[in-house]
Structure formats: C-alpha cells, structure tokens
Design a protein around this ligand. Structure first.
Ligand code: CA
Length: 251
C-alpha cells in the first residue's frame, strides 16, 4: 500500500487530517527535496524560505512539527527557535534543526535552546524521516499503521478484519476502532476521556462509562482466543493494550 493511500485510509478511519510539517529552509533545492519526500510519505507539508514566512504560516495553521534550517536570510533558525519556545502556543511545538554547521558546540546550543533533535547536512532522507517519526511519537502525535499485530492479534483497517490467534473475529465498529487505537499504542494507559476523543472521534458526546461497556464487549469477543487478557484495566486511570501478563487483581 502506498503511503499516500495509507494516510487517506487512516484519515477516513479516524476523521483526522494528515500529519503536517513545516519546512523552513532558504535553499530551494533542499527545501523542495525534503518537502516532496514527506509529501510522498503522506504528510501535509508547508514550505517557508524565511523566518517571516514561517511565522505567517504557523499563525495560520499549527503544524505537528517544524524542520528548521540554521542559517536563514532574515533571522537565524536559532532566534526563531527561541521565539517559538517563548510563546505559549508554540512552546511545545516539536522542532528538528537542520544545519550545515555540524560542530558539536552548535548541536549543543540548538538542543539547549529547545530543539527536539538535530541533523547535520548532508543528511539522508531516510534518517530524517525516521527522526521525524521518533519526535512525533515522543510528542504524542500518533503514528498509525493500517495493519497492527501484537500478542496473537492482527487488526487490518483496509480489510476491516481482526484475526485472533489466526481465527477471524467479528467486532462492532466501535470495538474495532477501540482495539486498533489501543494496539497502535501498546503499553500506554489511556483515560476514558482520551479513548472517547481518539476512538470515537470528536463531536461525540458520550458518557465515560460507555467506554467500559465497549471494553467489556471487546473482551467478550476476544475471550474465545484468549487474547482478551491484552486489554487491561489500570485501576483509577483507564485501559491499556499490553502483551505482558497483567497482575491478577487488574483484570
Ligand atoms: Ca540556509
């Protein structure tokens, strides 16, 4: 499946736009190469060739991550980063610095000012993409895959199919979303509110205890295959998907 197709599929499933990047780089060849590469991988990409342009784009729509060149015509990437960290709406905006200045002192300066990562030029696009994914993951921007496998379960978004220990298992649409979301973030605990936001979509007003009802249904469907034990209750917090054995009292 192509990455664009994947992004469209996930967008349709979760009702979300693609992950978005802003590339701030004044060298057109480098900027376009980076931007095109990420577009091919299914990201929505905006381009800026100066700090001024970058501000304008950010104030219009906040990207999920900024790729920031160090040397820019109107101001330095460093100054821009400082400003991002000073202002409330952009304080936590993930930034990866790209620079020809590969010296250690510069790298440390960049990280001290609050860059999430740093890559010296020339860099490989594959490495850049791996780092973007890692930073987005750390920032909690979900990195969904249409097919997720763990603990004897396989969930396939495109075929809308769940295999539990090689046996096809029928799930209702909500249980399906819930399972895909939980399996996409193994070992992470989500509150009922977070699950409602993510697996139910936004403009839905449902009571939190509805989540418990669907978790119960999901477990019942998975029970014959023994895979229900991966849907674990975390007392006082919520639920998680785990392939580790739960403590006896947490079931
Ligand atoms: Ca430059």
């Amino acid at each position: 499946m192509s990455d664009l197709r994947k992004a469209a599929l996930l967008g349709a499933f979760y009702g979300r736009r693609q992950k978005s990047l802003l590339v701030v780089e004044d060298e057109p060849a480098v900027r376009e190469m980076v931007a095109d590469n990420f577009r091919m991988s299914g990201y929505a990409v905006e381009e800026a060739s100066s700090v001024g342009e970058a501000w304008e784009l950010i104030s219009r729509a906040m990207p999920n991550l900024v790729l920031l060149d160090w040397m820019l015509p109107d101001s330095s990437g460093m100054e821009f980063l400082r400003r991002l960290r000073r202002e409330e709406p952009t304080r936590a905006l993930p930034v990866i610095m790209l620079t020809a200045r590969g010296e250690e002192a510069d790298r440390i300066r960049g990280l001290n000012v609050g860059a999430d990562d740093y890559l010296g030029k020339p860099f490989s696009l594959r490495e850049l993409e791996a780092r973007v994914k890692a930073v987005l993951r750390r920032a909690g921007v979900a990195d969904f895959e249409p097919v997720v496998r763990a603990g004897g379960l396989e969930i396939d978004l495109e075929r809308h199919r769940v295999m539990a220990n090689s046996v096809e298992t029928q799930l209702g649409p909500t249980e399906f979303r819930l399972l895909h979301f939980l399996m996409s973030h193994p070992e992470r605990v989500f509150s009922r509110t977070q699950l409602l936001d993510n697996a139910w979509g936004h403009d839905v007003y449902i009571e939190e205890r509805t989540v418990d009802v669907h978790v119960r249904r999901l477990r019942r469907r998975l029970e014959p295959s023994g895979t229900d034990e991966h849907i674990q209750t975390v007392r006082g917090v919520g639920y998680k998907f785990s392939v580790a054995m739960p403590p006896q009292d947490a079931r």
